[in-house]
Design a binder for this molecule. Structure first.
Ligand SMILES: Cc1cc2nc3c(=O)[nH]c(=O)nc-3n(C[C@H](O)[C@H](O)[C@H](O)COP(=O)(O)OP(=O)(O)OC[C@H]3O[C@@H](n4cnc5c(N)ncnc54)[C@H](O)[C@@H]3O)c2cc1C
Length: 414
């Protein structure tokens, strides 16, 4: 059946909520979105990467406008600071095609595609319940409505998850991520990093952590030369609590190659947040008439670059299930069978990557191309990840620590 006549409510109107709304509308449902925030979500101007094939599929299926700017690159470059010096040493380079997006522009594109759904902003859902007949009840300050399906897309502190799995708690990783963007002017006097970032996304390893860097579109008609530099820096927070930007500048000054230190330590940060890293997962992603999507279903550590990716895949799967199942309840049971294992897989993968890259970070200065490849294979241990296009298949090694790394002839890098 198509979902014609099905009433669907969506709690949360961010990436997962908008994608769920598009899925419902495309399958024929009558969709209402409740978003707590009255402000403009597009101002959350951070970077996000998605697999190129998923981006193409979303454009083809009408979730994203082909005009939404992206900044695709095909390669990952690993750098660290030259031991005893301040120059950059490139120690590995891998094929890793990704499509970097500006989170705010991605949200705007998804929001624009929700035409056909009612989108209420500034309307928090206060509680949820079930009728005796098994329909979902959504309560807001304005009153209550009943639905055949309610998608909980209400983020990492999901109210909907608390209804389905009251005892689930987030598991802290014990380290943090500082995430932000720098304006193009930060790169103006640094041609080598600027050129490198045009073709690659960059990982900089330092003792006890690493930073990820890539360019994202700015929006507002700005061209490729005006891209923002997005970063995510993972490290254990200091005991004292310095300003967020101040701490990132300090890490950069102390550990980064000189040119990268200058970019991060001296550039004006356009946006900046700091999160403790944690993961959480619901034991079941649907219990009709409720389903969980995006971070509400589970939060994987950001090393997988898969939170938004999963939210978008959740929506594509729901659309298909609503179109092909005999009833909404059957569609949601099918969703639970498909999406629950994916959440578990990503949470486990995020833990492995976090362990390898932060909790037990290798001596980056001793790594070379061969060591990185072996270390990636060992860390993935057979799991697939679009970030590690070539490394997922070989499952023969354990993943708890890096292999012995042999020093390599240093290569000067950007
Ligand atoms: C450092 C970092 C880097 C990342 N990089 C990537 C990446 O490269 N690729 C990737 O795919 N993912 C990445 N992610 C993850 C990604 O950002 C998130 O998974 C994604 O944005 C989650 O979207 P969401 O819609 O599920 O949740 P959110 O964006 O948190 O949205 C939840 C929404 O629900 C609303 N809400 C909450 N409660 C209620 C209520 N009671 N009533 C109504 N509304 C409510 C909130 O206001 C909010 O708008 C990264 C995350 C981090 C921290």
């Amino acid at each position: 059946m198509a979902a014609t006549g099905v009433r669907m409510g969506v709690v949360g109107g961010s990436v997962a909520g908008c994608a769920m709304a598009v899925a419902g509308v495309r399958a024929g449902a009558d969709v209402t979105v409740y978003e707590r925030s009255a402000g403009a979500l597009q101002d959350r101007g951070l970077g996000i990467v998605v697999p190129p094939a998923l981006h193409e599929r979303l454009v083809g299926a009408g979730y994203l406008d082909a005009a939404m700017p992206t900044a695709p690159v095909a390669t990952r470059v690993w750098l660290t600071r030259e031991p005893g010096g301040r120059s950059a040493r490139e120690f590995a380079r891998q094929p890793s095609p990704v499509t970097p997006c500006n989170w705010g522009l991605l949200w705007q594109a998804l929001r624009a595609a929700t035409t056909g759904a009612r989108y209420h902003r500034g309307r928090p859902v206060l509680s949820l319940g079930r009728t005796a007949a098994g329909r979902a009840v959504v309560r807001t300050a304005e009153g209550e409505e009943t639905y055949d399906v309610v998608a909980g897309a209400d983020g990492h502190r999901s109210l909907t998850r608390r209804l389905l799995a009251p005892s689930v708690r987030a598991a802290p990783a014990g380290y943090a991520v500082w995430r932000g963007t720098l304006p193009p002017s930060a790169l103006a006097e640094h041609p080598r990093p600027r050129e490198l970032l045009r073709e690659a996304w960059v990982t900089i390893g330092f003792p006890g952590g690493h930073g990820i860097f890539y360019l994202i579109p700015r929006g507002g008609g700005a061209g490729p030369d005006e891209r923002l530099l997005a970063y995510a820096i993972y490290a254990t927070p200091p005991g004292r609590s310095p300003g967020e930007v101040a701490h990132v500048r300090e890490i950069a000054e102390r550990h980064f190659p000189a040119e990268w230190a200058a970019i991060v330590a001296r550039g004006e940060h356009t946006a900046m947040t700091c999160h403790p890293v944690a993961d959480v997962r619901a034991p079941l992603t649907a219990d009709p008439p409720f389903l969980l999507a995006g971070d509400a279903a589970g939060v994987t550590r950001p090393h997988t670059a898969s939170g938004a990716v999963k939210a978008l895949q959740d929506a594509l799967y729901l659309e298909e299930a609503l179109r092909t199942s005999a009833s909404p309840a059957e569609a949601l049971r099918s969703y639970a069978r498909e999406r629950t294992p994916e959440v578990a897989r990503l949470v486990e993968l995020g833990r492995r990557l976090g362990r390898a890259q932060v909790e037990r970070a290798p001596d980056w200065t001793a790594m070379d191309q061969g060591a990185v490849e072996a270390w990636c294979r060992a860390t993935l241990a057979g799991a697939t990840s679009y970030l590690y296009a070539d490394a997922g298949a070989d499952a023969d090694a354990g993943a708890d620590g890096p292999p012995e790394a042999a020093p390599d002839a240093a290569a000067e890098a950007g």
